[in-house]
Design a protein around this ligand. Structure first.
Ligand code: ZN
Ligand code: ZN
Length: 129
């Protein structure tokens, strides 16, 4: 005779919700995702016209992508993905020295900064590392 005690009863049989959730997981796993930005990101222009700030002291803002085909959602960092085209961003060349980034913030930076650019739409974003 076992003296073990269980805090819950036996697993109930699968119901309709369980099977629907399973079906959703299957659809999402085999989907060729087509993401759109649904995250409502607000871009703040830096002191340099046409360049927008997305990160302060190592904290980069995020936005939500939703797949139009399967509703899967994921969060992405705004220094990695263009919030307009949803394309990967590239480092803007040539890289500037830390000092040269001061003008983007209109003050001296205590840490380094980087600039990235969207190869599709040309959006320029800057963030403090
Ligand atoms: Zn999908
Ligand atoms: Zn873009």
């Amino acid at each position: 005779m076992s003296s073990e005690r269980f805090a819950s009863g036996p697993k109930p049989p699968a119901n309709e919700v369980d099977s629907l959730l399973e079906r959703v997981a299957e659809i999402q796993a085999s989907c060729e995702h087509d993401y759109e930005n649904t995250g409502g990101i607000v871009l703040q222009e830096s002191a340099v016209k046409g360049v927008y700030k997305v990160g302060w002291l190592g904290h980069v803002i995020e936005f939500t992508l939703t797949c139009v085909k399967c509703s899967e959602e994921k969060k992405v960092r705004a220094n990695e993905m263009c919030p307009i085209c949803v394309e990967p961003l590239e480092p803007n060349e040539p890289a500037l020295s830390a000092k040269q980034y001061d003008r983007y913030w209109g003050r001296g930076l205590t840490s380094e900064a980087r600039e990235v650019k969207c190869p599709e739409c040309g959006l320029r974003l800057v963030y403090e590392c």
